[in-house]
Design a protein. Structure first.
Ligand code: SAM
Length: 240
């Protein structure tokens, strides 16, 4: 059974996830940085740094949301970054941000589903996804699509929450994720489910070695896994 945000609704995970991110879009950036004490910014920087040697020209940021990862990736000086997402609410916040920062000529945001990407085969030099793959309805299909639109020799970088395995971080993290984060998240976002869905979806997500196995099954090679901050997050990297 897929973990979904609104368990009393019958619609599929994809439409529930889009609905949830539409609901919280206005508070998303604040909650992200507040609930992670800003570590999410450090994690995105680290993920982007793994692409420095590749010097990508055309990049795709999947599940781009409010475009934070795409903006971070501009440090690589690509010619262009395209960001796709299924939440029009998140894209709208992202577009305002790009406008404010004068970045609309460098980053283009458009509606796009990771499991059916609106691009030709072998299009992008590098592809990034931050905190997105856990929300896919069909993880393997989403990763296979990523591989399809990546150029041969191109690199994909995936940043996602993972589950710390060791005492005492495992216990501290579980306490925080189950007891503090949902209460603060609900209070600020006013969405009844989003910050309960977050720990539940992390719990259900195949992290670490399990993720690498699926990543390789869809065709990625030279795969590597970097554990960040006691295993709270992980970066997965692979080549086509
Ligand atoms: C936690 S946010 C991450 C946003 C951004 N990447 C960041 O680092 O802040 C997850 C995003 O994934 C998007 N998403 C979920 N499923 C998707 C799918 N199948 N295709 C494209 N985007 C998807 C959601 O709409 C949401 O904006």
């Amino acid at each position: 059974m897929a973990v979904v945000p609104y368990k009393d609704q019958n619609n599929d995970k994809k439409s529930q996830v889009a609905q949830m991110f539409d609901n919280i879009a206005g508070k998303y950036d604040f909650l992200n940085h507040f609930l992670s004490a800003g570590i999410d910014i450090v994690w995105r920087k680290k993920a982007v740094s793994l692409l420095v040697k590749e010097k990508p020209k055309l990049m795709l940021d999947i599940a781009t949301g409010t475009a934070d990862f795409a903006i971070e990736a501009l440090s690589l000086q690509p010619e262009k970054i395209v960001g796709v997402d299924i939440s029009e609410g998140m894209l709208a916040v992202g577009r305002q941000k790009l406008q404010r920062k004068g970045l609309t000529d460098k980053i283009e945001l458009k509606y796009g589903d990771s499991e059916n990407l609106p691009f030709e085969d072998n299009t992008f030099d590098a592809i990034t996804v931050a905190f997105g793959v856990r929300n896919f309805e069909n993880l393997k299909q989403g990763l296979a699509e990523m591989n399809r639109v990546l150029k041969p020799g191109g690199t994909a970088v995936v940043l996602e929450f993972s589950k710390p395995q060791r005492f005492p971080m495992k216990q501290l993290y579980q306490f925080y994720f189950k007891n503090i984060l949902p209460v603060v998240g609900r209070f600020v976002s006013k969405d009844r489910a989003a910050y309960t869905y977050l720990p539940e979806s992390v719990q259900a997500f195949p992290d670490g070695q399990e993720f690498l196995k699926i990543f390789e099954e869809v065709g990625f090679k030279n795969t590597k896994w970097h554990s960040l901050t006691f295993g709270i997050s992980s970066i997965y990297i692979g080549k086509k």
